[in-house]
Structure formats: structure tokens, C-alpha cells
Design a protein around this ligand. Structure first.
Ligand SMILES: [Zn+2]
Length: 292
């Protein structure tokens, strides 16, 4: 557990750790929670009278429903099918469809409301799981799968792979393939290296474990806002990494949100903010697996 704690303390998926980046901006700690769905008549607008419940997009803080992704995706030709050779690395999908892709890592934040959000908004999210972080929490991800999320590989132990020998990298990747097969009866095809750190050995080991693409990101959503690695706005095909926890901490084997700036913010709130940005830019959310 100590090893896990030390690894997690270094943050997840963060390719450029920057303490200033995690500082909460004004207004980010406010008590308002527009993404909080109203449950029950106590929140209704018309005391004493019956009223229809608001549509899901309103309950989750959006001003318009999310447009459905195209049913016939404009996807690039499949890369050479599972032959020998390293897995390709992708941080976006070349497509004319006005979609971006939402990806989450580790799943340390097992917020049951996120399951409701994914179900009610029909959000096609992809979740990259690390066995040692999920711990006994696989049931939460089974529920997420049941409402439409997909589950992919993020190593057994959240080890930084770059520079490790082939055997060690393969054990981290193939080991989690086996865990996910045991838990869910699936064989993931996508892999995200912890911290986004990889080398050519990673790509070879991933391919040998049955991975068809190594998935990075073009934009990351943090508590403090959206950060782009290319340009200054979302573009069609961008893969977005949601980082609800800039710095994870472990105490007594239980992951907790560490930084103060996380108070008042949650996975669902952050996702609502991200969805608003996506809608503002005329985009919607596609399922990554439909494009890879
Ligand atoms: Zn991670």
C-alpha cells in the first residue's frame, strides 16, 4: 500500500506536474452546484402543485440536450489489424464528425452519482482502470458498464513504464488484461500508460498483450478548467482526459481527495463544466471505441 500511496501521491496522468496549476481559481470553490440533480418535490419549482420532472440535461446543469453522436462514425481506416508491430499511439482521432471523446483514469473517485449521470445523459465515456487503485471497488465499474461506460486498461499498479524492461512492462499490461477479463469477461483493446509515460518497449508489450492502441489525450479537464496540449480550443476528434483529482492521496488504504480546492467540486460537477464547454464549441461526445 505504501508503494501505491507514493505512486498516487505523484498524481495521475499528469505529464507536466505544476503546483500552480492545481490552485483553485476564484469561484471554483463556491457552494453552488449546478450539476447536482434535483431529487424529489422539495426542489420543485411549484409548491403545492404537480409538475413534470425536468429533463435529464437540466438536472445535470446543461441548457440543452447533448446531441447524439453520428450513428455512422466518420472514422479513419483501421490500422493494420493486430499483426506484429508496436501499438499505435493516439491523442486524437482524425474525423469530420463534431465529436470529442471523454476518458477517465483510475476510477479512484467512486461517486455513485456519476453512474446516474452517465445513465441519464447516455454519456459514452471510456474508463481506464488500475487494479491496485480500484481495489475492492470493481462493483462500481460494473454498474458503470451496465449503464454504457466502457472499461479499458491502465496497468495493474500505476507504475511509470518508461525505461522499464520488457518483462516488467508486459506484466503490468497483460496482468491488467487478465484482471479485467476475470472481472468483466472482456478483453480491453485500449491502453493508457500511467502519467502518459511510455517508450517503444511499452508499445511492443501493449501489442503483445492484445492492445490495438495506446491512448493519450489532447486536452485535460481539471478542477481549475480545461487545458489543451494543442491550440486553445477543443477540436473534432480530440481525446479529453478528465482529472478530477490533481493529487491523489492514500490514507490507511483508502483513497481520499487531498487538496482543499476539491471541496465543493466533484466528478459530476467537473463533467458538467466539461460538457458545457463541449456544447459551446458545437461539439458532442462520441464513443472512443467506435472510432478506434
Ligand atoms: Zn492514472
Amino acid at each position: 500500500m505504501l508503494l501505491t500511496a507514493a505512486l498516487l501521491a505523484a498524481g495521475c496522468g499528469d505529464r507536466s506536474p505544476d503546483p500552480a496549476d492545481t490552485a483553485a481559481g476564484p469561484g471554483e470553490n463556491g457552494s453552488t452546484d449546478p450539476s447536482r440533480p434535483a431529487h424529489g418535490p422539495a426542489h420543485g419549482p411549484a409548491p403545492g402543485g404537480p409538475h413534470p420532472s425536468p429533463p435529464p440535461y437540466r438536472r445535470w446543469g446543461l441548457s440543452a440536450p447533448l446531441a447524439p453522436a453520428p450513428s455512422n462514425p466518420d472514422r479513419p481506416p483501421a490500422p493494420h489489424a493486430s499483426g506484429p508491430g508496436p501499438a499505435p499511439v493516439v491523442d486524437h482521432i482524425p474525423t469530420r464528425d463534431k465529436v470529442v471523446f471523454l476518458t477517465y483514469d483510475d476510477g479512484a473517485e467512486k461517486d455513485p452519482r456519476f453512474v446516474d449521470m452517465v445513465r441519464e445523459l447516455r454519456l459514452p465515456v471510456s474508463i481506464f482502470l488500475t487494479d491496485s487503485v480500484v481495489g475492492p471497488g470493481y462493483g462500481h465499474f460494473a454498474r458503470l458498464r451496465a449503464v454504457g461506460a466502457t472499461v479499458q486498461n491502465h496497468t495493474l499498479d500505476h507504475t511509470a513504464l518508461r525505461g522499464l524492461p520488457y518483462a516488467g512492462q508486459r506484466a503490468e499490461i497483460c496482468g491488467q488484461q487478465n484482471k479485467l477479463r476475470q472481472r468483466f469477461g472482456i478483453r480491453p483493446t485500449l491502453f493508457r500508460p500511467p502519467y502518459g509515460a511510455y517508450d517503444t518497449t511499452t508499445l511492443r508489450a501493449a501489442a503483445d498483450c492484445g492492445i490495438s492502441a495506446v491512448v493519450l489525450w489532447r486536452a485535460s479537464m481539471r478542477i481549475t478548467g480545461l487545458r489543451h496540449t494543442v491550440g486553445d480550443r477543443l477540436r473534432p476528434g480530440d481525446i479529453v482526459l478528465a482529472l478530477p483529482h490533481p493529487r491523489l492521496r492514500s490514507s490507511g488504504g483508502t483513497l481520499t481527495q487531498g487538496p482543499d480546492q476539491l471541496k465543493g467540486a466533484s466528478l459530476t460537477q467537473m463533467t458538467t463544466r466539461l460538457l458545457r464547454r463541449i456544447q459551446e464549441q458545437g461539439l458532442t461526445v462520441g464513443r472512443l471505441e467506435d472510432y478506434l
